[in-house]
Design a protein around this ligand. Sequence first.
Ligand code: NAP
Length: 252
Amino acid sequence: MFGSFEGKTVIVTGGSKGIGKGIAKVFAKHGANVAVVARHLDAAEECAKELMEDGSVVHACRGDVTDLESMKAIAKEVYEKFGSIDVVCANAGIFPSKSLEDMESNDWDHVMDTNTKGTFYTVQAMLPYLKKAEYGRIILTSSITGTITGYAGWSHYAASKAAQLGFMRTAALECADHNITVNAVSPGNVMTEGLAGMGEDYLKEMAEAIPLKKLGKVEDIGYAALFLASKEAGFITGQAIVVDGGQTLPEE
Ligand code: NAP
């Protein structure tokens, strides 16, 4: 469909499992050198090993998006290993549930620090290297929650995901001079390892609520990211693509 990603380097934060692993898999299959970042190096290495079984090039890095120095160290490590950083997928995120009444300051800060400040740190640390690329691409994993819908128990998460899109629009303006685009993918309910343990009935109920009658696959998000990272998407910036099987469409 698109030109090859051969010779391009892609960093995926939160790439050891779930949606990040799906994004990493899709880019690796399309010839990119991929670096997967997570706090648990063993899980990142396990993921890299699995993705490399078909000959893909995947490097595991230990990193924490809430720590700017850690993200700067990863940028340097990946640039030295592969010679460029072309695409950054700021995907790492957490979603612990807490009602508004029970939420304490540290619950709020933990989610905002990871999802929102973590996005800022990831982008700021990678920017010097993205500026050297032929064309740079930044792709954020936001959500339908907070940007289109609400979900009881996730007010902090919803705020963090909406904030990512506000950040995206201004970052897109600041990065435009350097031929770097900044876009987002907003997933609906996606089948991840975390969701798999929720039981058949729960998964069936979730799928029923989606017009296409199925949960998203992690690769569905990967393909949207691949499109936004392609040369062909070079005139798209500051936009979010909803990938939700029609979940947000019904009026009732
Ligand atoms: P997941 O399966 O729980 O995976 C989260 C990933 O992020 C793991 O690799 C985790 O590894 C990493 N991570 C967490 N905190 C980190 C930190 N501080 N620094 C670096 N890495 C960190 O999550 P997911 O469901 O795939 O969600 C990924 C993204 O998609 C999130 O931004 C989420 O908001 C968004 N999203 C998910 C869904 C869905 O249905 N699953 C829907 C909409 C949006 P370590 O724990 O080892 O660090």
